[in-house]
Design a protein around this ligand. Sequence first.
Ligand code: SAJ
Length: 423
Amino acid sequence: MPFQTISVIGLGYIGLPTAAVFASRKKRVIGVDVNQKAVDTINRGEIHIVEPDLDMVVHAAVTEGYLRATTIPEAADAFLIAVPTPFKDGHEPDLDYIESASKAIAPVLKKGDLVILESTSPVGATEQMSAWLAEARPDLSFPQTHSEDSDVRIAHCPERVLPGHVLRELVQNDRVIGGMTPKCSAAAAALYKIFVEGECVITNARTAEMCKLTENSFRDVNIAFANELSIICDKLDINVWELIRLANRHPRVNILQPGPGVGGHCIAVDPWFIVSKTPEEARLIRTAREVNDSKPEWVLNKVKLAVAEFLQANPEKTAKDVTIACFGLAFKPDIDDLRESPALAITQQIAASHPGPVVAVEPNIEELPGKLTGKLNLTNIEAAQAEADVIVLLVDHKEFRTMSKTALSQKALVDTRGVIESC
Ligand code: SAJ
């Protein structure tokens, strides 16, 4: 039977759940990561990332002997590369992790193996990965030179799961399968069918790469539209949340929600992969990125104005006497992930520049990350409401949506999510 042993390279937010789900289908899975600590944690049946239910699935996979982690690649029938693809200076995609992963698996590749790139990648990255593999293994043939007769099959199958729902979406979402040849696609589809209940839709590698970038750029452009509307409405003294609710009653209009900027590791990054390949053509996509990236600065100005207005109304006070409370640090509602979060960046800047006390409320974390302690204090909703003169609402966590609006009506408010102002 094919695919007795599957190797997943990169045991992060995508690789580890994918490895665990293959293992839960009783496949022998070898997880590979350069981080020895992560490898040791997984081999103890524990996890090093936050994702609902993943701990149970990994624990079962390891104790039943289907999943094992290592820092050195071993032979397998299929390899899935799920390493990060960040960008370098000038928003140029950085393929270094894909290059090292390819070079690490090359020595253990054999005739008949399948290599899949899952990392979100600029168009052409899969062909590039295949070229690196071919260079390292001149004794094997690859699709770019031997097409359907190649020894090794290569495909791009981007992940599209939503953080917080990874285990469900991995199984249920449709999967785009972009082989370098039709045989490569067929092999990759057979592999994913081990656990994917959604449809495995076949295309070529370049279209699959572009498809993932398109999905996240589509969302970025739509969020930029909402963010731009919020700035326009502020100037025209119109409640943007009421406006969007009204416009969305049109059967063909569906505007997203403004916020303090776009965070996370995908939507703020992937559109740049399109811009870097086609800088002249990708005008709207680039502008959307610029609109979303400039929103935190706009929010900071609103906070400065709110402090100035508060001082005008309370002339006996100075800025040192003004307490600012920031509600929400995560990059989106109801998660604990602070990485690439505009809410966190805004709070840090307020803490660095405001001469008075600054407190933060983040119901999803127990303590502030080390680099934030100092001037910033983590507190609860009630204490922040009582202490604050200026409230900055940055994330629409469920705890904030249900808090008493009357307690807030006395405060100067900057509501970037429409938690209060949309009521
Ligand atoms: N946001 C808004 N307004 C909105 C919606 C989102 O300001 O109306 C902000 C969020 O607050 C957050 C950012 O956008 O800061 C991104 O959040 P998100 O929920 O839109 O997306 P991610 O980054 O958690 O996950 C996305 C998903 N892509 C799409 O929905 C097209 C997910 O399916 C992908 O798998 C993931 O990127 C990825 O890994 O690429």
